[in-house]
Write a protein that binds this ligand. Structure first.
Ligand code: NAD
Ligand code: LMR
Length: 332
């Protein structure tokens, strides 16, 4: 039974890994205030950390208590993955090392990949039947691939990776350029990998039901917009000194909220395991245009792709294939 998508006042069990980290410090408050599971749904929160950070996580739990959220039913702090994922309905897998200046997200695979083998196994053993797992830790797509591979009894579609941040960045940049509120855009998608190869695609973009891609300056689109969105993570690291945190948490809230409630037909970008759609190898976790209704997410079917789109999508398939080959080695 899909408890998450069924209206209920029974508490939902939510686990956040990396609970003493930067993203969690914003994300936990949004979950506890009802922004993800709605104003009627109490939340049992489990905060998962490595043993060295359990004490700091107790401090985070104290601050959550001090916020007196009416929906926050219970908080558990643990370094035990079995405890953390037992009966979990929604897991935010944030805990992982962020990259520093000059590093690529794929560089993090050796440092972070094994975390997702362990956590995938614990999810496989203990999670609730309706579990939804959103991987945030980088490289997010391949870490989701790893977690899913480590959890063969959980349907692959239950593992997503966060590319909503790239989607939100795209909408914000388009809004600033065109003077149109972000809410007016429909048909935005960021295909592929949460990496520099990602393809923010405006070909299907509409405003008020009318296509606007032809009105957008092609040179700006190809030479400024696409690289700026793709490299926004590095830009934030350069300017802020740390990787994005509050905007990442906000995107994770958007993603999980839409996964639970649906989007009423509106396109969002969801990185999810391919079943072969648009020529993407089965199993690769790929950013696709996605709509959701009643807790089910589905990839928008039957889009005609031009040569430029095909090339960019193929570059992402190649990059993710390479990452998956490295990830497969981590299992041996
Ligand atoms: P952070 O260093 O502030 O916090 C990470 C926390 O994870 C630390 O407290 C660490 O102890 C914990 N951790 C490490 N291994 C763990 C494990 N096995 N189990 C539980 N906890 C563990 O980092 P942050 O800024 O919160 O970023 C976390 C991750 O999210 C990074 O990999 C970062 O690159 C990624 N990120 C992804 C996106 C995205 O859009 N997909 C956006 C921003 C950041
Ligand atoms: C981002 O896109 O901001 C995150 O993935 C952090 C990073 O390493 O860029």
């Amino acid at each position: 039974m899909d408890n998450l998508a069924t209206p209920s006042t029974a508490p939902v069990k939510v686990t956040v890994s990396g609970a003493a980290g930067n993203i969690a410090y914003s994300l936990l408050w949004r979950i506890a205030s009802g922004d993800v599971f709605g104003p009627e749904r109490p939340v049992d929160l489990t905060l998962l950390e490595i043993p060295d950070h359990v004490a700091a996580t107790e401090g985070v739990a104290m601050e959550l208590a001090d916020s007196a959220f009416p929906l926050l039913n219970n908080v558990v702090v643990t370094a035990d993955q079995k405890v953390a994922f037992d009966g979990v309905n929604a897991a935010f897998l944030v805990g992982a090392k962020p990259r520093g200046k000059g590093e690529s997200r794929a560089d993090m695979l050796q440092a972070n990949g094994r975390i997702f083998i362990e956590q995938g196994r614990a999810i496989n053993e203990g999670a609730a039947e309706d579990v939804r797992v959103l991987v945030v830790g980088n490289p997010a797509n391949t870490n989701a691939y790893i977690a899913s591979k480590a959890a063969p009894d959980v349907p692959a579609e239950r593992f997503n990776a966060l590319m909503r941040l790239d989607h939100n960045r795209s909408l914000s940049m388009l809004s600033a350029k065109l003077g149109i509120p972000t809410t007016q855009f429909e048909g935005m998608v960021v295909w592929g990998n949460h990496s520099d190869t990602q393809f923010p695609d405006i070909e299907f973009l509409t405003v008020g039901g009318k296509s606007i891609s032809e009105q957008i300056d092609r040179d700006w689109y190809v030479n400024e917009f696409i690289p700026r969105v793709a490299k926004r993570g590095s830009e934030i690291i350069e300017v802020r000194g740390h990787s994005s945190a509050a905007s990442a948490a906000s995107a994770a809230v958007d993603h999980m909220r839409d996964w639970v409630n649906g989007t009423n037909g509106r396109w969002v970008t969801v990185a999810q395991p391919s079943k072969g759609e648009y020529g993407v190898d089965e199993g690769l976790v790929f950013g696709f245009p996605t709509t959701g209704l009643s807790g089910r997410a589905s990839i928008v079917p039957g889009l005609d792709l031009n040569e430029f789109q095909r090339e960019r999508i193929d570059a992402n398939i190649a990059a993710l294939r390479e990452e998956a080959a490295v990830a497969d080695q981590l299992f041996s």
